[in-house]
Write a protein that binds this ligand. Structure first.
Ligand SMILES: Nc1ncnc2c1ncn2[C@@H]1O[C@H](COP(=O)(O)OP(=O)(O)OP(=O)(O)O)[C@@H](O)[C@H]1O
Ligand SMILES: [Mg+2]
Length: 303
């Protein structure tokens, strides 16, 4: 018993702690959220989530557990069939300039240069014409795309397109950034670079970020909080604060220990979601990372 306690104290898993955020201290407050699509699929049920201003929350879970639906409800693009979503105490009724939603596709205007895309966002925000060029260059520098201001999207690599998209998002200056697997289509090396870039931008701006990913390593690289979801119906089963200092290094031993632990929890979620599965798992484990093999050490909240 004592040995177990000592082991736990020594382990970096002590830096993973259950999150408890009161609604009245939250920037984003989700209460009793439910969503049933027209085809009767219950994508979300009884979801409660409070996010403080400046937190970086990663939503993690198997395919179909409602991560995107929850994110779109925060964006105001899905009108939930039950419950309430509020930002700064005001109920969300639709999309608004305080939130910006990013996807896996960079979604740049193909006929505009990088500078043109960023300037367009500044114009949409009402920044005076005379200031737009300088301000666009600041955001382009921030995402390390200087030298490519006049390039068209088709002249950029996947990672560069995503950086341009990030510059445009920053130019919109939302208080909340909502990201749906934004780095999902990038190769492993570019993905790590994008994570480091996003982390450095977040450290500087402390925007509130809700970031959807399948990748446990990515969630622990970036998140101050990791929220685990389970499917059928989509719900939250764990909500953990990550007290690992930033900036984080992808090969850090404490980070990798947490990755193994959370991958184990996720594997359990996936196993429970498939009661018909045989005792010996035949399906592949959740994507933990290129760096660590998963192992379960703690159980998840029941349905
Ligand atoms: N427009 C839609 N109409 C009907 N059902 C939908 C719609 N969008 C999603 N669903 C269903 O709702 C559930 C949750 O979907 P959602 O896209 O939110 O999951 P997800 O966790 O983001 O999955 P993934 O990791 O694969 O992106 C799934 O069962 C899905 O089939
Ligand atoms: Mg999704």
């Amino acid at each position: 018993m004592l040995r177990a306690l000592l082991g736990r104290w020594r382990s970096s898993l002590r830096l993973l702690r259950p999150a408890h955020v009161e609604a009245d201290r939250a920037k984003i407050s989700v209460s009793q959220l439910g969503h049933r699509y027209g085809n009767k699929v219950v994508a979300l049920e009884d979801v409660d989530l409070n996010v403080r201003s400046g937190e970086f929350v990663c939503l993690l879970g198997p395919s179909g557990c409602g991560k995107s639906t929850l994110l779109y409800a925060l964006a105001g693009q899905v009108k939930p069939t039950g419950g309430v979503v509020s930002i700064d105490g005001r109920r969300i009724a639709g999309p608004g300039p305080d939130r910006f939603l990013m996807f896996q596709e960079a979604a740049l205007f193909p006929w505009m240069t990088v500078r043109g895309n960023v300037t367009f966002a500044l114009a949409a925000r009402g920044v005076p014409r005379a200031e737009r060029k300088d301000r666009a260059e600041t955001y382009i520098r921030r995402v390390q795309l200087q030298g490519f201001e006049d390039a068209l999207p088709h002249q950029l690599s996947g990672g560069m397109k995503m950086r341009a998209s990030l510059a445009r998002a920053l130019a919109m200056d939302p208080t909340v950034l909502l990201m749906d697997e934004p780095f999902g289509s990038l190769d492993a090396q570019t993905r790590i670079h994008m994570q480091e870039l996003l982390q450095s931008i977040w450290l500087r701006t402390h925007k509130t970020v809700v970031f959807v990913t399948h990748d446990v390593h990515e969630a622990l690289m970036l998140g101050t909080r990791v929220v685990l979801m389970a499917p059928r119906p989509g719900r939250i089963v764990r909500d953990l604060e990550v007290h690992l200092p930033m900036p984080r290094h992808p090969e850090d031993a404490a980070l990798l220990e947490m990755v193994r632990h959370v991958a184990g929890l996720l594997r359990e979620v996936e196993h429970r979601a498939r009661p018909e599965a045989p005792a010996a798992p035949s399906s592949p484990p959740p994507r933990a990372s290129a760096h660590a093999a998963p192992s379960a050490t703690e159980s998840v909240r029941g349905p």
